[in-house]
Design a protein around this ligand. Structure first.
Ligand SMILES: [Zn+2]
Length: 449
């Protein structure tokens, strides 16, 4: 009884958006009960991450009328998560986040079905991601965002005029928070900038100039970094500072206090010392709630067309007063991820092995240990061993033959690339063109390598 009343009032709120037209509706909006029913029946939403943002997202999406949700997360619940990841309880510590989050939301919101996936995002086949109407990201790592972004952009196809084909656009909504700051982004691959187009928005980690630390400290963080970066080495010649050693941390703290007293600077505490030294940014539950609400609303707008979507990045800052702003970023037309793909010209005799070797040295691709897929067919897989064995014999065959002698087509490759000494998984879309085949004009191959 309570359930059906709750469901009714929920649908009443939603009906105001979905059953009537208005000035702000999207271009293809067709209001009516069918839209509401279709949304509940057919819209499939993937939430990536079941942490602070993910918990909020699952709850918000379930309460916004979505009934087919899935969530993927590789982490287990830790005690320190409990202050903000509100779906988890003390007895859940050690259990997979995705599973507990799905269960808790299903217990509270009747009619919703949430399928949890307790694994790494890279462990899923690419086709897994193609099954969803929309992908919502509640992640805290740039690498994981990059990966999902590349997967979603990988589904994008361009027509012969290099315009994105609408039915291949996989929309994404990306949420992110850091302390009192957050963002919500709507990504329509091929139309609005993808995550990679605007990756420069993530500033490099703040480093204070050493001269400021040594001569003119102005705040508590400067005093702490002075003790950590300068004083430690002066006193402990050769001994490396270990941030996980409480004695080391205590030493830095007391040195920072002395320094702060000398310059009359307030605010040095032990926990701030830990925060500065380990570069910990506190997670704020309300920031997650605000950003998640914006993301869930954009998801509803994209799927239903009930309103124009955010164009295309909302930033929120609650650190001093409250400030929100929407910025329309532009697409990087040379983006390697959401663009039409890096063009690679090959002779028809090039073997798959030679192609894989070539990717390692290609100045725009730089991909080692590549696995290669063509139109959903695995041409060569580096792992797992059983797939590697099954596809190994392809290595000596010409790629042209493996691609069914299609003169120009898209190939997907996954592998590792190193960015500032860090190895990361990466997915690239390549436009492979074979030389000297009828139907390939000079225009098509212009700009090739
Ligand atoms: Zn892009």
């Amino acid at each position: 009884m309570a359930d059906s009343t709750a469901q009714l009032s929920r649908s009443r709120d939603l009906d105001k958006l979905l059953l009537r037209s208005g000035h702000l509706v999207g271009p293809n909006f067709e209001p009516g009960p069918e839209l509401r029913d279709d949304l509940q029946q057919y819209a499939r939403v993937l939430v990536v991450g079941a942490g602070g943002l993910g918990c909020e997202l699952l709850k918000d999406l379930a309460l916004s009328g979505f009934r087919n949700l899935e969530v993927i997360d590789m982490d287990r619940i830790e005690v320190s998560n409990l202050n903000r990841q509100f779906l988890f309880r003390l007895e859940d510590v050690g259990k997979p986040k995705a599973e507990v989050a799905a269960k808790r939301v299903m217990e509270r919101v009747s009619g919703v079905n949430i399928v949890p996936h307790f694994c790494r995002i890279e462990d899923k086949e690419l086709e897994f991601y193609n099954d969803f109407s929309i992908i919502v990201l509640g992640l805290d790592s740039i690498e994981a965002r990059s990966y999902i972004n590349a997967v979603a952009c990988g589904f994008l196809e361009y027509d012969s005029d290099d315009n994105p084909r609408e039915e291949t656009i996989k929309p994404m909504v990306d949420g992110g928070t850091e302390g009192f700051k957050g963002h919500a982004k709507v990504i329509m691959p091929g139309v609005t900038p993808c995550f990679e187009c605007t990756i420069w928005l993530f500033p490099p980690q703040v480093k204070f100039p050493l001269c400021t630390l040594a001569e003119t400290p102005r705040n508590a963080a400067h005093c702490i970094e002075y003790a950590h970066l300068i004083k430690w080495d002066e006193v402990h010649s050769g001994k490396t500072f270990d941030p996980d050693n409480p004695e080391h941390m205590q030493w830095v703290y007391s040195e920072a206090v002395k320094r702060a007293e000398l310059f009359g600077i307030p605010g040095v505490t032990y926990s701030l010392t830990q925060g500065v030294v380990k570069n910990i940014i506190p997670a704020i539950a309300s920031t997650n709630a605000i950003i998640s609400a914006a993301c869930a609303l954009e998801t509803l707008k994209i799927v239903s067309g009930c309103s124009k979507t955010l164009s295309n990045c909302l930033t929120y800052n609650g650190a001093e007063g409250l400030h929100t702003k929407v910025t329309e970023f532009v697409k990087d037309k040379d983006c390697l991820v959401c663009g039409p793909g890096v063009l690679i010209e090959l002779d028809t005799s090039v073997t798959l092995q030679k192609f894989i070797d070539l990717l390692e040295e290609h100045p725009k691709v730089f991909l080692s240990r590549a696995s290669v897929t063509h139109r959903g067919k695995n041409l060569y897989m580096q792992a797992p061993p059983v797939l590697e064995e099954m596809t190994r014999s392809n290595l000596n065959l010409p790629l042209f033959d493996l691609m069914d002698k299609i003169p120009k087509d898209i190939i997907h490759v996954t592998g590792t690339t190193s960015k500032s000494d860090k190895k990361m998984s990466c997915l690239r879309k390549l436009r492979v063109v074979f030389k000297g085949i009828d139907g390939v004009t000079d225009m098509d191959t212009a700009g090739g390598v």
